[in-house]
Write a protein that binds this ligand. Structure first.
Ligand SMILES: Cc1ncc(COP(=O)(O)O)c(C=O)c1O
Length: 487
Protein backbone atom coordinates (compact mmCIF):
# COMPACT_ATOMS: atom_id res chain seq x y z
CA UNK A 1 0.00 0.00 0.00
CA UNK A 2 1.42 3.39 -0.94
CA UNK A 3 2.59 5.51 1.97
CA UNK A 4 1.18 8.58 0.25
CA UNK A 5 -2.35 7.32 -0.52
CA UNK A 6 -4.76 9.35 1.63
CA UNK A 7 -7.11 7.16 3.64
CA UNK A 8 -10.61 7.89 4.90
CA UNK A 9 -11.00 6.23 8.26
CA UNK A 10 -13.95 3.99 9.09
CA UNK A 11 -15.38 6.39 11.69
CA UNK A 12 -15.21 9.33 9.29
CA UNK A 13 -16.73 7.31 6.45
CA UNK A 14 -19.57 6.31 8.74
CA UNK A 15 -20.13 9.97 9.67
CA UNK A 16 -20.18 10.97 6.01
CA UNK A 17 -22.65 8.24 5.16
CA UNK A 18 -24.94 9.18 8.03
CA UNK A 19 -27.86 7.12 9.17
CA UNK A 20 -29.10 4.80 6.45
CA UNK A 21 -32.46 4.79 8.17
CA UNK A 22 -34.88 2.30 6.70
CA UNK A 23 -33.68 2.69 3.15
CA UNK A 24 -33.95 -0.61 1.26
CA UNK A 25 -31.97 -2.22 -0.07
CA UNK A 26 -29.41 -1.00 2.47
CA UNK A 27 -26.40 -1.78 0.26
CA UNK A 28 -27.83 0.47 -2.47
CA UNK A 29 -28.42 3.30 0.03
CA UNK A 30 -24.85 2.92 1.29
CA UNK A 31 -23.42 2.95 -2.24
CA UNK A 32 -25.49 6.06 -3.08
CA UNK A 33 -24.37 7.85 0.07
CA UNK A 34 -20.74 7.13 -0.76
CA UNK A 35 -21.24 8.34 -4.35
CA UNK A 36 -22.73 11.58 -3.03
CA UNK A 37 -19.79 12.09 -0.65
CA UNK A 38 -17.38 11.62 -3.56
CA UNK A 39 -19.41 13.93 -5.79
CA UNK A 40 -19.45 16.83 -3.36
CA UNK A 41 -15.78 16.49 -2.52
CA UNK A 42 -16.05 15.19 1.04
CA UNK A 43 -14.25 12.03 -0.02
CA UNK A 44 -11.30 12.98 -2.21
CA UNK A 45 -10.57 11.17 -5.44
CA UNK A 46 -7.72 8.69 -5.05
CA UNK A 47 -8.32 8.19 -1.35
CA UNK A 48 -8.61 4.71 0.18
CA UNK A 49 -11.90 3.66 1.73
CA UNK A 50 -11.87 1.58 4.90
CA UNK A 51 -11.81 -2.19 4.52
CA UNK A 52 -15.17 -3.94 4.40
CA UNK A 53 -14.56 -5.34 7.87
CA UNK A 54 -13.73 -1.91 9.37
CA UNK A 55 -16.73 -0.20 7.78
CA UNK A 56 -19.05 -3.00 8.82
CA UNK A 57 -18.03 -2.39 12.43
CA UNK A 58 -18.29 1.40 12.19
CA UNK A 59 -21.74 1.36 10.56
CA UNK A 60 -23.22 -1.47 12.54
CA UNK A 61 -24.61 -3.12 9.41
CA UNK A 62 -24.01 -6.59 8.01
CA UNK A 63 -20.81 -7.43 6.20
CA UNK A 64 -22.91 -8.36 3.13
CA UNK A 65 -24.34 -4.81 3.00
CA UNK A 66 -20.88 -3.27 2.86
CA UNK A 67 -19.46 -5.80 0.47
CA UNK A 68 -22.41 -5.49 -1.94
CA UNK A 69 -22.21 -1.67 -1.72
CA UNK A 70 -18.51 -1.82 -2.65
CA UNK A 71 -19.44 -4.17 -5.53
CA UNK A 72 -21.97 -1.60 -6.80
CA UNK A 73 -19.34 1.15 -6.60
CA UNK A 74 -16.79 -0.99 -8.43
CA UNK A 75 -19.29 -1.91 -11.14
CA UNK A 76 -20.33 1.72 -11.62
CA UNK A 77 -16.71 2.90 -11.83
CA UNK A 78 -16.44 4.68 -8.47
CA UNK A 79 -14.01 2.28 -6.83
CA UNK A 80 -11.01 0.28 -7.90
CA UNK A 81 -9.75 -2.45 -5.64
CA UNK A 82 -6.17 -3.61 -5.99
CA UNK A 83 -4.48 -6.32 -4.04
CA UNK A 84 -2.27 -4.65 -1.46
CA UNK A 85 -3.73 -1.16 -2.06
CA UNK A 86 -7.27 -1.53 -0.76
CA UNK A 87 -10.26 0.16 -2.40
CA UNK A 88 -9.45 3.49 -4.01
CA UNK A 89 -12.01 6.14 -4.95
CA UNK A 90 -12.17 7.08 -8.61
CA UNK A 91 -14.74 8.36 -11.09
CA UNK A 92 -16.29 6.53 -14.03
CA UNK A 93 -14.95 7.40 -17.49
CA UNK A 94 -16.93 10.28 -18.92
CA UNK A 95 -17.77 11.89 -15.57
CA UNK A 96 -14.23 12.75 -14.52
CA UNK A 97 -15.26 16.39 -14.90
CA UNK A 98 -17.36 16.05 -11.80
CA UNK A 99 -14.39 15.37 -9.52
CA UNK A 100 -13.65 17.49 -6.58
CA UNK A 101 -11.50 20.13 -8.21
CA UNK A 102 -12.21 22.77 -10.84
CA UNK A 103 -14.89 22.48 -13.51
CA UNK A 104 -14.22 21.24 -17.00
CA UNK A 105 -16.47 19.56 -19.54
CA UNK A 106 -16.62 15.77 -19.83
CA UNK A 107 -15.47 13.96 -22.95
CA UNK A 108 -18.34 14.58 -25.33
CA UNK A 109 -20.89 11.75 -25.51
CA UNK A 110 -23.81 11.94 -27.83
CA UNK A 111 -26.42 10.76 -25.36
CA UNK A 112 -25.34 13.07 -22.53
CA UNK A 113 -26.17 16.76 -22.12
CA UNK A 114 -23.24 18.49 -20.44
CA UNK A 115 -24.13 21.61 -18.47
CA UNK A 116 -21.03 21.46 -16.30
CA UNK A 117 -19.48 24.46 -17.99
CA UNK A 118 -21.00 27.84 -18.67
CA UNK A 119 -19.53 28.21 -22.12
CA UNK A 120 -21.01 28.44 -25.60
CA UNK A 121 -20.16 27.13 -29.01
CA UNK A 122 -18.10 29.38 -31.31
CA UNK A 123 -19.91 32.36 -32.78
CA UNK A 124 -20.38 32.78 -36.54
CA UNK A 125 -17.31 34.14 -38.29
CA UNK A 126 -14.60 32.24 -36.43
CA UNK A 127 -13.48 30.26 -39.50
CA UNK A 128 -13.19 33.49 -41.51
CA UNK A 129 -11.25 35.08 -38.64
CA UNK A 130 -8.82 32.14 -38.68
CA UNK A 131 -8.41 32.54 -42.45
CA UNK A 132 -7.61 36.23 -42.14
CA UNK A 133 -5.27 35.50 -39.19
CA UNK A 134 -3.34 32.95 -41.24
CA UNK A 135 -2.90 35.71 -43.82
CA UNK A 136 -1.25 37.88 -41.15
CA UNK A 137 0.93 35.10 -39.78
CA UNK A 138 3.87 35.50 -42.22
CA UNK A 139 4.82 38.80 -40.49
CA UNK A 140 5.58 36.76 -37.37
CA UNK A 141 7.35 33.81 -38.94
CA UNK A 142 10.77 35.42 -39.11
CA UNK A 143 10.78 35.71 -35.31
CA UNK A 144 11.00 32.89 -32.76
CA UNK A 145 7.28 33.15 -31.96
CA UNK A 146 7.90 33.54 -28.23
CA UNK A 147 6.01 36.76 -27.53
CA UNK A 148 6.29 37.01 -23.78
CA UNK A 149 3.99 40.04 -23.65
CA UNK A 150 1.79 39.05 -26.57
CA UNK A 151 1.02 40.23 -30.11
CA UNK A 152 1.43 44.03 -30.01
CA UNK A 153 -1.72 44.87 -32.05
CA UNK A 154 -3.85 42.66 -29.80
CA UNK A 155 -2.44 44.35 -26.70
CA UNK A 156 -3.33 47.71 -28.26
CA UNK A 157 -6.86 46.60 -29.13
CA UNK A 158 -7.47 45.28 -25.61
CA UNK A 159 -6.05 48.49 -24.10
CA UNK A 160 -8.37 50.54 -26.32
CA UNK A 161 -11.36 48.52 -25.06
CA UNK A 162 -10.48 49.39 -21.44
CA UNK A 163 -10.07 53.05 -22.37
CA UNK A 164 -13.48 53.00 -24.07
CA UNK A 165 -14.98 51.48 -20.89
CA UNK A 166 -13.62 54.41 -18.86
CA UNK A 167 -10.28 53.00 -17.69
CA UNK A 168 -7.41 54.66 -19.57
CA UNK A 169 -4.97 51.92 -20.56
CA UNK A 170 -2.01 51.52 -22.90
CA UNK A 171 -0.67 48.41 -24.59
CA UNK A 172 2.23 48.46 -22.10
CA UNK A 173 -0.24 47.61 -19.33
CA UNK A 174 -1.35 44.37 -21.01
CA UNK A 175 0.11 40.87 -21.36
CA UNK A 176 -1.60 38.06 -23.22
CA UNK A 177 -2.18 34.75 -21.44
CA UNK A 178 -3.66 31.37 -22.35
CA UNK A 179 -7.03 32.26 -20.84
CA UNK A 180 -8.25 33.70 -17.55
CA UNK A 181 -7.48 30.70 -15.36
CA UNK A 182 -3.90 30.79 -16.66
CA UNK A 183 -3.87 34.51 -15.82
CA UNK A 184 -5.16 33.85 -12.30
CA UNK A 185 -2.40 31.29 -11.85
CA UNK A 186 0.20 33.84 -12.91
CA UNK A 187 -1.07 36.48 -10.49
CA UNK A 188 -1.47 33.95 -7.70
CA UNK A 189 2.06 32.64 -8.04
CA UNK A 190 3.39 36.16 -8.08
CA UNK A 191 1.32 37.56 -5.19
CA UNK A 192 0.08 34.76 -2.93
CA UNK A 193 2.39 32.75 -0.69
CA UNK A 194 1.62 29.54 1.18
CA UNK A 195 -0.57 30.34 4.18
CA UNK A 196 -1.57 33.80 2.94
CA UNK A 197 -5.15 34.83 3.45
CA UNK A 198 -7.18 35.58 0.31
CA UNK A 199 -10.68 37.01 0.21
CA UNK A 200 -13.04 35.42 -2.33
CA UNK A 201 -16.74 35.52 -3.09
CA UNK A 202 -18.94 32.71 -1.80
CA UNK A 203 -20.25 31.21 -4.04
CA UNK A 204 -17.30 31.64 -6.37
CA UNK A 205 -15.87 30.26 -9.55
CA UNK A 206 -14.55 26.76 -8.63
CA UNK A 207 -11.42 26.82 -10.76
CA UNK A 208 -10.20 30.03 -9.16
CA UNK A 209 -10.91 28.61 -5.70
CA UNK A 210 -8.90 25.57 -6.70
CA UNK A 211 -5.94 27.64 -7.97
CA UNK A 212 -5.87 29.48 -4.65
CA UNK A 213 -6.21 26.34 -2.55
CA UNK A 214 -3.38 24.69 -4.44
CA UNK A 215 -1.22 27.74 -3.80
CA UNK A 216 -1.81 27.12 -0.09
CA UNK A 217 -4.01 30.21 0.39
CA UNK A 218 -6.36 30.38 3.36
CA UNK A 219 -9.69 31.51 1.94
CA UNK A 220 -11.99 34.03 3.59
CA UNK A 221 -15.50 34.10 2.14
CA UNK A 222 -17.36 37.24 1.13
CA UNK A 223 -20.96 35.99 1.25
CA UNK A 224 -23.10 36.85 -1.75
CA UNK A 225 -26.77 37.65 -1.20
CA UNK A 226 -29.25 36.46 -3.82
CA UNK A 227 -29.13 39.93 -5.38
CA UNK A 228 -25.40 40.55 -5.08
CA UNK A 229 -22.73 41.57 -2.61
CA UNK A 230 -23.49 42.55 0.95
CA UNK A 231 -21.03 45.42 0.67
CA UNK A 232 -21.42 46.53 4.27
CA UNK A 233 -20.46 43.01 5.42
CA UNK A 234 -17.77 42.77 2.76
CA UNK A 235 -16.10 45.96 3.97
CA UNK A 236 -16.09 44.63 7.54
CA UNK A 237 -14.66 41.30 6.37
CA UNK A 238 -11.92 43.02 4.38
CA UNK A 239 -11.06 45.17 7.40
CA UNK A 240 -10.75 42.21 9.75
CA UNK A 241 -9.23 39.67 7.34
CA UNK A 242 -5.91 41.47 6.80
CA UNK A 243 -5.76 39.53 3.55
CA UNK A 244 -2.85 39.44 1.16
CA UNK A 245 -5.18 39.49 -1.84
CA UNK A 246 -8.84 39.57 -2.84
CA UNK A 247 -10.18 38.01 -6.02
CA UNK A 248 -13.45 39.54 -7.20
CA UNK A 249 -15.75 38.96 -10.17
CA UNK A 250 -17.84 42.16 -10.09
CA UNK A 251 -19.30 41.91 -13.61
CA UNK A 252 -21.96 39.20 -13.99
CA UNK A 253 -20.35 37.11 -11.30
CA UNK A 254 -20.05 33.38 -11.83
CA UNK A 255 -22.29 31.67 -10.68
CA UNK A 256 -24.78 34.33 -9.50
CA UNK A 257 -24.67 36.67 -12.52
CA UNK A 258 -24.65 39.65 -10.11
CA UNK A 259 -23.32 43.04 -11.23
CA UNK A 260 -21.72 45.25 -8.58
CA UNK A 261 -22.99 48.87 -8.66
CA UNK A 262 -20.46 51.71 -8.97
CA UNK A 263 -20.92 53.01 -5.43
CA UNK A 264 -20.28 49.53 -4.00
CA UNK A 265 -17.14 49.22 -6.13
CA UNK A 266 -15.89 52.51 -4.74
CA UNK A 267 -16.57 51.49 -1.11
CA UNK A 268 -15.06 48.04 -1.43
CA UNK A 269 -12.02 49.32 -3.35
CA UNK A 270 -11.38 51.94 -0.64
CA UNK A 271 -11.61 49.27 2.10
CA UNK A 272 -9.23 46.97 0.23
CA UNK A 273 -6.80 49.84 -0.28
CA UNK A 274 -6.85 50.72 3.43
CA UNK A 275 -6.27 47.06 4.32
CA UNK A 276 -3.25 46.87 1.98
CA UNK A 277 -4.91 43.99 0.11
CA UNK A 278 -3.90 43.35 -3.52
CA UNK A 279 -7.00 43.38 -5.68
CA UNK A 280 -7.41 40.88 -8.50
CA UNK A 281 -10.46 41.53 -10.67
CA UNK A 282 -11.63 38.71 -12.90
CA UNK A 283 -13.58 40.24 -15.78
CA UNK A 284 -14.07 37.04 -17.78
CA UNK A 285 -17.84 37.51 -17.92
CA UNK A 286 -17.97 41.31 -18.34
CA UNK A 287 -19.04 41.28 -21.99
CA UNK A 288 -21.98 38.92 -21.42
CA UNK A 289 -24.51 41.69 -20.86
CA UNK A 290 -27.75 40.14 -22.03
CA UNK A 291 -30.32 42.77 -21.12
CA UNK A 292 -28.28 45.94 -21.55
CA UNK A 293 -28.23 49.21 -19.61
CA UNK A 294 -25.47 51.47 -18.35
CA UNK A 295 -22.42 49.53 -17.16
CA UNK A 296 -20.51 50.53 -14.03
CA UNK A 297 -16.89 51.58 -14.44
CA UNK A 298 -14.35 48.75 -14.42
CA UNK A 299 -13.45 47.91 -10.80
CA UNK A 300 -9.84 48.94 -11.47
CA UNK A 301 -11.05 52.51 -12.10
CA UNK A 302 -11.70 52.56 -8.33
CA UNK A 303 -8.63 50.49 -7.42
CA UNK A 304 -5.76 51.87 -9.50
CA UNK A 305 -3.23 49.22 -8.49
CA UNK A 306 -5.58 46.28 -9.18
CA UNK A 307 -4.57 43.51 -11.53
CA UNK A 308 -7.41 42.77 -13.96
CA UNK A 309 -7.85 39.37 -15.57
CA UNK A 310 -9.56 39.20 -18.97
CA UNK A 311 -10.58 36.44 -21.32
CA UNK A 312 -11.90 35.81 -24.80
CA UNK A 313 -13.66 32.66 -23.60
CA UNK A 314 -17.08 34.18 -22.97
CA UNK A 315 -16.89 37.23 -25.24
CA UNK A 316 -15.76 35.21 -28.27
CA UNK A 317 -14.82 31.54 -27.89
CA UNK A 318 -13.23 29.32 -25.22
CA UNK A 319 -11.41 27.36 -27.90
CA UNK A 320 -9.11 30.30 -28.53
CA UNK A 321 -7.65 29.72 -25.06
CA UNK A 322 -6.68 33.36 -25.00
CA UNK A 323 -6.94 35.89 -22.21
CA UNK A 324 -4.93 38.72 -20.75
CA UNK A 325 -3.78 40.54 -17.65
CA UNK A 326 -3.92 44.28 -17.12
CA UNK A 327 -1.46 45.56 -14.56
CA UNK A 328 -0.61 49.23 -14.36
CA UNK A 329 2.70 50.98 -13.77
CA UNK A 330 5.10 48.36 -15.10
CA UNK A 331 3.39 45.57 -13.15
CA UNK A 332 3.23 43.43 -16.26
CA UNK A 333 7.02 42.87 -16.30
CA UNK A 334 6.85 41.30 -12.85
CA UNK A 335 3.99 39.07 -14.03
CA UNK A 336 5.86 38.01 -17.18
CA UNK A 337 8.85 37.06 -15.05
CA UNK A 338 6.66 35.07 -12.71
CA UNK A 339 4.93 33.29 -15.59
CA UNK A 340 8.22 32.23 -17.22
CA UNK A 341 8.55 29.36 -14.76
CA UNK A 342 5.48 27.62 -16.18
CA UNK A 343 4.65 29.14 -19.55
CA UNK A 344 6.47 31.26 -22.13
CA UNK A 345 3.49 32.86 -23.81
CA UNK A 346 0.27 32.24 -25.71
CA UNK A 347 0.08 30.89 -29.30
CA UNK A 348 0.49 33.58 -31.98
CA UNK A 349 -2.23 32.37 -34.35
CA UNK A 350 -5.01 32.42 -31.73
CA UNK A 351 -3.96 35.91 -30.71
CA UNK A 352 -4.28 37.02 -34.34
CA UNK A 353 -7.71 35.36 -34.54
CA UNK A 354 -8.86 37.22 -31.43
CA UNK A 355 -7.54 40.43 -32.93
CA UNK A 356 -9.70 39.82 -36.01
CA UNK A 357 -12.76 39.00 -33.90
CA UNK A 358 -12.32 42.00 -31.59
CA UNK A 359 -12.00 44.30 -34.58
CA UNK A 360 -15.44 43.26 -35.78
CA UNK A 361 -17.02 43.08 -32.28
CA UNK A 362 -15.14 43.81 -29.02
CA UNK A 363 -17.70 41.86 -26.99
CA UNK A 364 -20.50 39.41 -27.75
CA UNK A 365 -22.29 40.02 -31.02
CA UNK A 366 -25.98 41.01 -31.14
CA UNK A 367 -26.72 37.63 -32.69
CA UNK A 368 -25.04 35.83 -29.79
CA UNK A 369 -26.90 38.02 -27.29
CA UNK A 370 -30.24 37.09 -28.85
CA UNK A 371 -29.29 33.40 -28.86
CA UNK A 372 -28.34 33.50 -25.18
CA UNK A 373 -31.53 35.31 -24.27
CA UNK A 374 -33.57 32.74 -26.17
CA UNK A 375 -31.76 29.91 -24.36
CA UNK A 376 -32.35 31.61 -21.01
CA UNK A 377 -36.05 32.01 -21.82
CA UNK A 378 -36.27 28.34 -22.86
CA UNK A 379 -34.58 27.28 -19.63
CA UNK A 380 -36.88 29.42 -17.50
CA UNK A 381 -39.95 28.19 -19.39
CA UNK A 382 -38.98 24.54 -18.99
CA UNK A 383 -38.21 25.00 -15.29
CA UNK A 384 -41.61 26.62 -14.71
CA UNK A 385 -43.27 23.68 -16.46
CA UNK A 386 -41.30 20.71 -15.10
CA UNK A 387 -39.80 21.90 -11.80
CA UNK A 388 -42.08 24.66 -10.54
CA UNK A 389 -40.75 24.48 -6.97
CA UNK A 390 -37.23 25.38 -8.06
CA UNK A 391 -36.63 29.16 -7.88
CA UNK A 392 -34.67 30.78 -10.69
CA UNK A 393 -34.32 34.56 -10.93
CA UNK A 394 -32.54 35.63 -14.11
CA UNK A 395 -29.67 38.08 -13.76
CA UNK A 396 -29.01 40.86 -16.26
CA UNK A 397 -25.96 39.06 -17.62
CA UNK A 398 -23.76 36.02 -17.40
CA UNK A 399 -24.36 32.55 -18.73
CA UNK A 400 -26.17 30.76 -15.90
CA UNK A 401 -29.10 30.72 -13.54
CA UNK A 402 -28.11 30.25 -9.90
CA UNK A 403 -31.18 28.30 -8.85
CA UNK A 404 -32.57 27.72 -5.38
CA UNK A 405 -33.70 24.16 -4.79
CA UNK A 406 -36.55 23.02 -2.57
CA UNK A 407 -35.42 21.54 0.75
CA UNK A 408 -36.09 17.96 -0.33
CA UNK A 409 -33.74 18.14 -3.33
CA UNK A 410 -30.15 18.42 -2.09
CA UNK A 411 -28.00 19.63 -4.95
CA UNK A 412 -25.34 16.93 -4.86
CA UNK A 413 -27.88 14.12 -4.79
CA UNK A 414 -29.72 15.78 -7.65
CA UNK A 415 -26.48 16.06 -9.67
CA UNK A 416 -25.71 12.39 -9.08
CA UNK A 417 -29.23 11.35 -10.10
CA UNK A 418 -29.08 13.70 -13.12
CA UNK A 419 -26.02 11.86 -14.33
CA UNK A 420 -28.07 8.66 -14.39
CA UNK A 421 -30.68 10.54 -16.44
CA UNK A 422 -28.07 11.69 -19.00
CA UNK A 423 -27.43 15.22 -17.72
CA UNK A 424 -24.22 16.56 -16.21
CA UNK A 425 -24.54 19.55 -13.89
CA UNK A 426 -22.31 21.13 -11.26
CA UNK A 427 -23.91 20.96 -7.81
CA UNK A 428 -23.99 23.99 -5.50
CA UNK A 429 -21.20 22.84 -3.15
CA UNK A 430 -18.75 22.93 -6.05
CA UNK A 431 -19.00 26.74 -5.85
CA UNK A 432 -18.67 26.89 -2.08
CA UNK A 433 -15.63 28.24 -0.27
CA UNK A 434 -16.16 26.18 2.90
CA UNK A 435 -18.84 23.65 1.97
CA UNK A 436 -22.60 24.10 2.06
CA UNK A 437 -24.72 25.48 -0.79
CA UNK A 438 -26.69 22.24 -1.06
CA UNK A 439 -29.80 24.34 -1.75
CA UNK A 440 -28.22 25.77 -4.91
CA UNK A 441 -27.67 24.51 -8.42
CA UNK A 442 -26.04 26.33 -11.32
CA UNK A 443 -27.79 25.86 -14.65
CA UNK A 444 -25.97 27.44 -17.60
CA UNK A 445 -28.20 28.57 -20.49
CA UNK A 446 -25.68 27.93 -23.20
CA UNK A 447 -27.45 25.42 -25.46
CA UNK A 448 -30.18 25.96 -28.06
CA UNK A 449 -33.74 26.14 -26.68
CA UNK A 450 -34.74 22.54 -27.44
CA UNK A 451 -31.61 21.19 -25.73
CA UNK A 452 -32.29 23.40 -22.68
CA UNK A 453 -35.83 22.01 -22.49
CA UNK A 454 -34.56 18.43 -22.77
CA UNK A 455 -31.98 19.14 -20.04
CA UNK A 456 -34.77 20.28 -17.72
CA UNK A 457 -36.87 17.22 -18.54
CA UNK A 458 -33.90 15.05 -17.50
CA UNK A 459 -33.43 17.14 -14.37
CA UNK A 460 -37.09 16.58 -13.52
CA UNK A 461 -36.57 12.81 -13.93
CA UNK A 462 -33.60 13.08 -11.57
CA UNK A 463 -35.65 15.10 -9.06
CA UNK A 464 -38.36 12.44 -9.11
CA UNK A 465 -35.73 9.75 -8.49
CA UNK A 466 -34.26 11.64 -5.52
CA UNK A 467 -37.71 12.15 -4.06
CA UNK A 468 -38.64 8.51 -4.57
CA UNK A 469 -35.43 7.47 -2.82
CA UNK A 470 -36.11 9.80 0.05
CA UNK A 471 -39.65 8.52 0.32
CA UNK A 472 -38.30 5.01 0.69
CA UNK A 473 -35.62 6.11 3.15
CA UNK A 474 -37.95 8.24 5.27
CA UNK A 475 -38.26 6.90 8.81
CA UNK A 476 -41.72 6.06 10.10
CA UNK A 477 -43.12 8.92 12.20
CA UNK A 478 -43.42 6.67 15.24
CA UNK A 479 -39.69 5.92 15.23
CA UNK A 480 -37.80 9.08 14.21
CA UNK A 481 -34.21 8.30 13.29
CA UNK A 482 -30.93 10.15 12.60
CA UNK A 483 -30.07 12.79 10.10
CA UNK A 484 -30.58 12.72 6.32
CA UNK A 485 -27.84 11.38 4.08
CA UNK A 486 -26.82 14.88 3.06
CA UNK A 487 -27.16 17.79 5.46
C1 LIG B 1 -15.18 34.02 -13.53
C2 LIG B 1 -14.46 33.14 -14.50
N1 LIG B 1 -13.12 33.17 -14.54
C3 LIG B 1 -12.43 32.39 -15.39
C4 LIG B 1 -13.08 31.52 -16.24
C5 LIG B 1 -12.27 30.65 -17.17
O1 LIG B 1 -11.78 31.45 -18.21
P1 LIG B 1 -10.78 30.89 -19.30
O2 LIG B 1 -11.56 29.97 -20.17
O3 LIG B 1 -10.39 32.12 -20.04
O4 LIG B 1 -9.63 30.24 -18.63
C6 LIG B 1 -14.47 31.46 -16.22
C7 LIG B 1 -15.18 30.51 -17.08
O5 LIG B 1 -16.30 30.13 -16.84
C8 LIG B 1 -15.18 32.29 -15.34
O6 LIG B 1 -16.51 32.29 -15.32
Amino acid sequence: MSETTPAVGAARTARLVGDLGEARPAYRALADALRVAVADGRIALGSRLPSERELTGALGVSRTTVSRAYDVLRESGYLVSRRGSGSLVTLPDGVRHRGTTGLFPADPREDVIDLTCAATRAPAGVVEAYERAVGRLPCYLSGAGYLAFGVPELRETIAARYTARGLPTTADDIIITSGAVAGINVVTSSVVGHGDRVVVENPGYPNTLEVLRRAGARLTALPMDPDGWDVHGAVATVRSAGARAAVLVPDFQNPTGALMPDEDRARLAAALHRAGTTVVVDETTVEVDLDGGPMPLPFAAHAPSAVTVGSASKSHWGGLRTGWLRAPRGGVSRLVESRAASDLGAPVLEQLVLLELMRSAPGITDERRLDLRASRAALLGALAEHLPDLTAVPARGGLSLWCELPADLPSTRLAVAAEDAGLLVAAGPRFAVDGGLERRLRLPHVLPGEAMAEAVRRLAVAAAAVRADRGRARPRPSRPRGRPLVA
